[in-house]
Unconditional design. Structure first.
Lengths: 113, 109
C-alpha cells in the first residue's frame, strides 16, 4: 500500500508561470488536506477537500491559488502567475475519514526564480 | 496566541540521552499527532493519540486530556533522531490541524 504520493518533489518556476502540484492520497482515503511551509516557518493549513468537493478553503490565498480533487485522479493544487513569495514546501495529507489518522506526503518544494 | 505551543524550540543532546519534547494546546481535540521532519525531507507521522500512551521502539508519546498536554520521549537518543518534531492538534470542530512551531533536535555522537 503506497503512501501519500506527491509530485513533483522539486519544481522550479519563473515568476508569472503556473505551478501544478499533485497529490495522490493513500488507497481508500477520500479526504485530502494541503499545507504550506514557508522557509523558517511552521506548517499552515490551506485547504481541505473530499472527492469532488472543497470543504474548507479558509487558508487559501484569495487570488491565484486553487485546488481540486476530482472523482478520478490526484488532487491538484494550482498556483497561477507565481511570485517569489510562493516559494515554499507544499505538503498534502490524506485520511480515510475526518477523525482518523492522517498520513503526509513527502512534499513538493517550489522555487520561484 | 497559537493554539499549540511546543517546547523547547531547540534541543541539543548527547547520544544516549533521554529526550522530552512538550506540547500544550488550548483547543478541544479529537486527536493529537506527533510528526517528524528531517531537513529538506518529508513529514512522517510518528503517533496519533487521543488518550493515554503509545510506544514505538525508542519513542513514547503520552497525552493528558484534562491538562491539554502531550509529551514525546526518545530513549537512548541517536544521531539519526536529529530532526524537527512537530506537534499537531486536530480539533473537535473545524477542518484543519493546528501545528506547533516544531522542536529542532540535534543529537551529537
Amino acid at each position: 500500500n503506497a503512501g501519500v504520493m506527491q509530485n513533483p518533489r522539486h519544481l522550479v518556476r519563473r515568476r508569472g508561470q503556473e505551478a501544478r502540484l499533485r497529490c495522490s492520497p493513500m488507497k481508500g482515503h477520500s479526504h485530502v488536506y494541503w499545507y504550506r511551509q514557508l522557509p523558517e516557518e511552521g506548517l499552515k493549513f490551506m485547504v481541505y477537500l473530499q472527492k469532488e468537493n472543497i470543504i474548507d478553503e479558509s487558508g487559501m490565498p484569495k487570488e491565484r491559488f486553487s485546488a481540486e480533487f476530482p472523482k478520478e485522479g490526484p488532487s491538484i493544487l494550482r498556483i497561477q502567475q507565481v511570485v517569489r513569495g510562493d516559494s515554499a514546501a507544499y505538503f498534502c495529507a490524506s485520511s480515510v475519514i475526518r477523525d482518523t489518522e492522517a498520513f503526509f506526503g513527502q512534499g513538493t518544494r517550489l522555487t520561484v526564480v | 496566541k497559537n493554539e499549540v505551543e511546543q517546547s523547547p524550540q531547540n534541543l541539543t543532546a548527547q547520544e544516549g540521552e533521554f529526550i522530552t519534547i512538550n506540547c500544550s494546546y488550548s483547543v478541544g481535540i479529537s486527536a493529537l499527532h506527533w510528526l517528524q521532519q528531517h531537513p529538506g525531507g518529508g513529514i512522517v507521522s510518528l503517533f496519533m493519540l487521543s488518550s493515554g500512551k503509545k510506544k514505538h521502539g525508542r519513542l513514547i508519546a503520552t497525552i493528558n486530556i484534562q491538562e491539554k498536554h502531550s509529551s514525546l520521549h526518545i530513549t537512548a537518543s541517536h544521531p539519526r533522531d536529529s530532526a524537527v518534531y512537530i506537534c499537531a492538534a486536530y480539533p473537535n470542530t473545524g477542518n484543519q490541524f493546528y501545528f506547533g512551531t516544531g522542536t529542532s533536535l540535534t543529537v551529537i555522537p
